[in-house]
Design a protein around this ligand. Structure first.
Ligand SMILES: [Zn+2]
Ligand SMILES: [Zn+2]
Length: 467
């Protein structure tokens, strides 16, 4: 079971979300998914598979007010989801910084989950994003509702003030700030009563990239390097990298082909992280202490979070690098699909450009020959005007001024050509998009299968998740 999960590549997206009833704001639900728009449809009963707790018609429709992204996989997301749903039990939250305390017990003697409010969820989220076991993942908080963002900011500043004032502040509260992204609904009046997903530009959960699309160039570059054996020397230790051996990671920055041993990259990034936190004294000791600390938590070797490439100096996020590496090592077919999609997109763009060139030269030739090309008819207003001119030309073909007029009007085809070009490009783009959507669907289904299997497992033995 566990081996099946770990042999998959890091998913393009995995989130833990906060769901709120638009009918009753106090009704909240926490879940995890690789596909928030589809999951929301399930909760709202548009497609099958919503949770029983969200099935009550009087509470629908639900909205996702925020979510956390950046989980390396379904198991990681489920751990976080569980800790956020059961803050009174989670071992990720040290007893002294526990904000939710169980005051009642169930019939079986287990502590009853305290009722969750938006305030308690945000407070626990604030804490969980900072505890060592979760802070090492590249987690980001996305907020889609202004009032929830305001509540988050209020809690964050209060917690910071409290931590600064306290003598024995929990270490977690003093850690680096969490990355927060907001994407609020645009204030466009809903004139048509259309589905918000289809109205205007995509926002919130509808604007999240669900597939590996944003990584396309990176995946393609890495694939090229290893296909043509351009590994070269390790960017960190400078020793040659024999082709087809070991785990090599590639710099994610465009144009940089820095390749290195996995351990070298990890060491390099960890070292720069230590220097960033260096206050100028005893940093060696602190570093050692950090290592011990992570072993105490049973998390294995300390995993870096971010840093810079030794070659190009560009930013490197460890999670992104691992996403590419796991795709390359565990899902060569997925890499093939991504590279093929990129080639198709490039080809379509080339063809559109070539077609536009052809049409433009045709139009130019037509103008030169003083003919009215047929393509002019696709622009109605231009066509109408031209018809008039044509009449004039017909009745007074030999007259000079009329010919000049025709020439001037014949310039219109250039515009028409331009319009055609745009349409072609859009068509090519949407073809690529639908292809990408298909790819995403396949990946998603697989990941969901995985997640539900883990859920079943969790139901049987909760200790699997609570480390
Ligand atoms: Zn090396
Ligand atoms: Zn680089």
């Amino acid at each position: 079971m566990a081996s099946t999960v770990s042999s998959r590549p890091i998913p393009a997206l995995y989130t833990v979300y906060i769901l709120r009833s638009t009918m009753r704001h106090a009704s909240l639900y926490i879940g995890s998914t690789p596909d928030p728009p589809r999951r929301l449809k399930q909760h709202n009963g548009v497609v099958k598979g919503g949770a029983a707790r969200t099935a009550r018609a009087s509470l629908r429709p639900w909205e996702m007010v925020g979510l956390v992204s950046g989980f390396p996989g379904p198991v990681a997301a489920l751990k976080f989801e569980w800790a956020l749903t059961n803050p009174h039990l989670s071992l990720h939250i040290p007893a002294e910084s526990r904000l939710s305390v169980a005051r009642q017990t169930k019939k079986n003697g287990h502590p009853r989950r305290p009722p969750a409010s938006m305030h308690s969820i945000l407070a626990n989220l604030h804490l969980l994003l900072r505890v060592p076991s979760f802070a090492r993942w590249p987690l980001r908080l996305h907020v889609f509702v202004p009032e929830v963002h305001a509540a988050w900011n209020k809690w964050t500043s209060e917690a910071a003030a409290a931590a600064a004032a306290a003598v024995d502040a929990p270490e977690a509260l003093l850690a680096e700030p969490v990355e927060v992204l907001t994407d609020f609904k645009p204030s466009v009046p809903d004139m048509y009563g259309a589905d918000e997903a289809e109205l205007g530009p995509a926002w919130g959960i509808h604007a999240l990239p669900l597939d590996y699309g944003p990584m396309r160039d990176y995946v393609d570059k890495a694939n090229d390097i290893f296909t043509f054996e351009r590994e070269g020397d390790c960017a960190v230790c400078n020793t040659p990298l024999p082709a087809g051996q070991g785990l090599y990671a590639v710099c994610p920055n465009a144009g940089c082909e820095a390749v290195g041993h996995l351990r070298c990259w990890s060491g390099h990034l960890l070292e720069s992280e230590t220097h960033n936190h260096d206050n100028g004294h005893e940093h060696d000791h602190e570093h050692e202490h950090e290592h011990e600390h992570s072993h105490d938590l049973g998390d294995g070797p300390l995993v870096p979070k971010r840093g810079h490439c030794p070659d190009c100096g560009g930013p490197v996020i460890w999670g992104d690098m691992m996403k590419e590496l796991t795709l390359r090592m565990r899902a060569p077919k997925e890499v093939e699909k991504i590279v093929k999609a990129k080639r198709r997109q490039e080809k379509a763009a080339d063809k559109a450009a070539a077609d536009a060139d052809k049409a433009a030269s045709k139009a130019a030739a037509a103008v030169a020959a003083e003919e009215l090309p047929s393509s002019i008819e696709i622009v109605p207003s231009a066509a109408a005007k031209t018809t008039k001119t044509t009449k004039t030309t017909k009745t007074a073909r030999a007259t000079k001024p009329a010919t000049t007029k025709t020439k001037a009007k014949a310039k219109e085809p250039e515009k028409a050509t331009k319009i055609t070009k745009t349409t072609r490009v859009t068509k090519a783009a949407s073809a690529t998009l639908s292809q990408t959507a298909k790819t995403a669907k396949t990946t998603t289904t697989a990941a969901v299968g995985d997640a539900s299997a883990v859920l079943l497992d969790r139901a049987k033995s909760p200790e699997v998740i609570v480390l």
